[in-house]
Design a protein around this ligand. Structure first.
Ligand code: 8Y4
Length: 286
């Protein structure tokens, strides 16, 4: 029975949890700019997108202000705060929901914690200056993700000797560092980081080793939604990746439940993923 203590709320991971992606970056690859009107984030559109994801069954809303797409323009701490904190505040004011903040920046972690964030989701696994201390001070669960190299260069011919053992040892080391900084072990989520410095073969090898991440006892976060690995398997563009994404969500759920692990799925298509997981769950209980 895995439960995360998310500030004043609890996330129960007896069943896979669905994390809906709220993209508040103007330059995101799959759905960038949809919430923008003449270059500015439209707050009412954004809150409507959150309302829809919650009505569709999202357990968590993931808010991120910095694009990790190769070639995306870097933003300052001020810009990131200006993007994330007002939306986070508005979401927490209007909805009784869990919010994760997708950030690597210590100051964003600090201010997001004050604004009511429930989970810290860091694609850099708290390796930026002061991020580890800020996350520890927040008392919130943290998601540690593996990435090879930096967003700008990560897809330039990524290589591994053994992708599963390299990703596993990186996460084990970051976990040690988190525990040393005062983050309780049972508040650590692990994520192999699909698409972050990995070829299709690397991604599929990791996907089929999800049971090995699950048996660590840590909740596993899987983010494959609409990513290029699905585009490569189906030879299709980002707007045609719904069925591939949902299929992989169910396969991840199946694999992790067989290993008695717990799972968080980071997805764009909340309604379809929640429906597929319901069918999987109902059809497998006799
Ligand atoms: C199409 C759709 C093409 C999406 C690219 C993308 C993860 C994450 C991202 C992940 C965790 C993305 C913030 C990249 N991916 N956080 N964030 N795990 N924990 N790309 O896999 O969605 S952003």
């Amino acid at each position: 029975m895995t439960q995360l203590k998310c500030g004043n709320q609890i996330l129960d991971l007896a069943c896979p949890a669905v994390m809906g992606i709220l993209n508040i970056t103007p330059d995101s690859f799959s759905d960038g700019g949809q919430l923008f009107s003449d270059g500015q984030l439209d707050q009412s559109k954004t809150l409507y997108a959150v309302e829809t994801m919650l009505a569709d069954g999202a357990d968590i809303i993931d808010i991120g202000g910095e694009s990790t797409r190769p070639g995306a323009s870097p933003i300052s701490v001020e810009q990131e705060l200006d993007r994330v904190i007002p939306i986070l505040t508005a979401v927490k004011q209007r909805f009784d929901c869990l919010v994760s903040v997708d950030t690597s920046t210590a100051e964003v972690i600090k201010q997001a914690t004050i604004a009511g964030a429930n989970i810290i989701n860091d694609v850099r696994a708290l390796q930026r200056e002061d991020a580890l201390q800020a996350a520890a001070a927040s008392g919130l669960p943290v998601c540690l993700m593996h990435m090879q190299n930096q967003p700008d260069s990560m897809q330039n011919n990524p290589e591994y000797r053994d992708v599963v053992s390299e990703v596993s040892s990186f996460l084990a080391q970051r976990k040690k560092d988190c525990i040393a900084a005062g983050i309780p072990a049972d508040q650590i989520i692990l994520d192999p980081g699909f698409g972050f410095g990995k070829t299709l073969a690397h991604n599929l090898t990791l996907f089929n080793a999800l049971n090995q991440f699950a048996v660590t006892g840590h909740p596993v976060l899987v983010g494959v939604s609409r990513k290029s690995m699905i585009g490569q398997m189906l030879d299709c563009d980002v707007d045609q990746r719904l069925i591939g994404s949902v299929t992989m969500a169910v396969l991840a759920a199946q694999q992790i439940s067989a290993a008695k692990g717990s799972l968080i799925l980071r997805v764009h298509d909340v309604k379809e993923t929640v429906q597929a997981l319901s069918v999987w769950q109902k059809s497998s209980q006799i």
